[in-house]
Design a protein around this ligand. Structure first.
Ligand code: SF4
Ligand code: SF4
Length: 290
């Protein structure tokens, strides 16, 4: 079974994507080619921007099963609405209204069971895409892409994660920012989580939220401090107090930041940055085979 690692952060802009992409690069360089990166930031996937030589192999549409009510068969008894735990069905007998709100529907199928008139059929509605990218004949990146207007991030993430190759030795999930359901879905089955934070008051605030979440989920984790050298020392005090391991510190570097902005993150990596990633990768690999 592959070892699964999620790279997460309490907020956007801390460098989660650059750490995810770099981790895949350094694991491939130092350890194994059998490492896959899954971009689970489905509202704004951008890992691919850092692989200019990657080619899209194919895309698959992700659909959701949504019930549709045939008003000619419906007697507006409301049983389906009573069964629906997610309040996705509205029935108003007086005006013969029977509607399913697809953004609230969780495709559980309960309403189909409830309806004694066989008035409900399931339809497939597109909610996103999964894109498969190749680089040097090796599938190394799968990206989830939520359809604009869809609220089904969690379902898209679930489907994209299913595509990860069982032959991989290591799978990296680039998690969405925040601490809500899409993040929980991403990290639900991982072996280890890397929290990326930065030494600023905002960084510390969001790190604390993530730590609370991971304590609740009882998941092992450690922290990479990105942009080390800026901000203040409060994050270090907090990590020490909480006895949370610092997996590594990526120093702030103007050249690296510019490379990131230009999408050429992996082309020339400043020596002090690559040295730190090599140390982090070594520590991770020891953990994988502990
Ligand atoms: S359970 Fe069936 S018949 Fe009753 S309101 Fe729902 S769809 Fe209509
Ligand atoms: S499938 Fe489940 S969530 Fe969707 S409308 Fe029916 S009962 Fe509600």
């Amino acid at each position: 079974m592959p070892y699964k690692i999620a790279i997460a952060s309490g907020k956007g802009g801390t460098g989660k994507t650059s750490v995810s992409v770099s981790m895949q690069h350094f694991i491939r360089k130092q350890f194994t080619n059998q490492v896959q990166l899954i971009d689970c930031d489905v509202e704004e996937p951008n890992d691919i921007l850092f692989f200019p030589n990657a080619k899209k192999k194919n895309s698959k549409i992700i659909t959701q099963r949504v019930p549709k009510i045939d008003k000619n068969q419906c007697n507006f008894c409301k049983k389906c609405a009573d069964y629906c735990e997610f309040n996705a069905i509205s029935i108003i007998p007086s005006i013969k209204m029977a509607k399913v709100n697809s953004s609230l529907c969780h495709s559980c199928g309960a309403c189909l069971v409830a309806c004694e008139q066989s008035a409900i059929k399931e339809t497939e509605q597109p909610i996103g895409l999964m894109n498969f990218y190749h680089e040097k004949n090796h599938i190394n990146l799968i990206e989830g892409e939520l359809k604009i207007g869809s609220a089904m991030q969690t379902l898209v993430i679930k489907e994209v994660k299913k595509q990860a190759s069982k032959q991989s030795q290591i799978i990296l999930y680039d998690a969405p920012p925040g601490t809500s359901c899409p993040v929980v879905e991403t990290i639900s089955d991982v072996d280890f989580i890397i929290l990326v934070s930065e030494p600023t008051p905002f960084g510390l605030h969001d790190l604390k939220l993530m730590v609370e979440l991971l304590k609740e989920l009882q998941k092992p984790y450690s922290v990479i401090i990105n942009k080390a050298g800026i901000g203040n020392r409060d994050i270090y005090t907090y990590l020490k107090q909480e006895q949370i391991e610092i997996l590594g510190e990526i120093p702030f570097d103007q050249e690296y930041a510019t490379n990131y902005a230009n999408g050429s993150l992996l082309k020339t990596i400043p020596q002090k940055i690559s040295k730190e990633f090599e140390i982090i990768t070594d520590k991770l690999i020891k953990r994988v085979y502990a």
